[in-house]
Design a protein around this ligand. Sequence first.
Ligand SMILES: [Zn+2]
Length: 188
Amino acid sequence: MYDSDHISSGDALLIVDMQKDFCAGGALPIEGSEEIVPRVNALIEEAARAGAAVFASRDWHPRDHLSFVEQGGPWPRHCVQGASGADFHSTLCLPPNVVIVNKGDRSDSDQYSAFDRTGLDEDMRKRGVNRVWLCGLALDVCVRATALDSVAAGFPTVLVTTATAPVTAEGGAAALKELARAGVRKEV
Ligand SMILES: [Zn+2]
């Protein structure tokens, strides 16, 4: 059996969209994003000690992505493939064997969830993952969607609330309630 309070062997740590454009100075900065980087790094260390797999999703948009304001979407242009804003945060300490999950890489479709048509579910099963720890950005958008899909895929799912931040406080509070109802466990 696994330890319920810590990342254990057989768990996966899934870091959602810790990219420059979502942090200070980026195209779509999320308040509190800088503060959570050390906490995410601590989780990466914990995963390494446990021998747990580490996955990092990233928004990976073409220049004409439908989510951009120029295309009639809700967001300013962000995380364009190959642009520096799409890079992971400069002080994020991803391990060499991190598995990168690209999403939102088709012009005509957005993917808030790291599980949405990315093959992540299957990849985790192949690696024997039996529980998912979640952190990253943003709590009320991509972390929310990823957590709901993780539970729907049958993975016991833990959200580390001190290692995520919302676009809006109201959105974050609503997401936490919704995720609790869906069976996502919260840790700090
Ligand atoms: Zn996006």
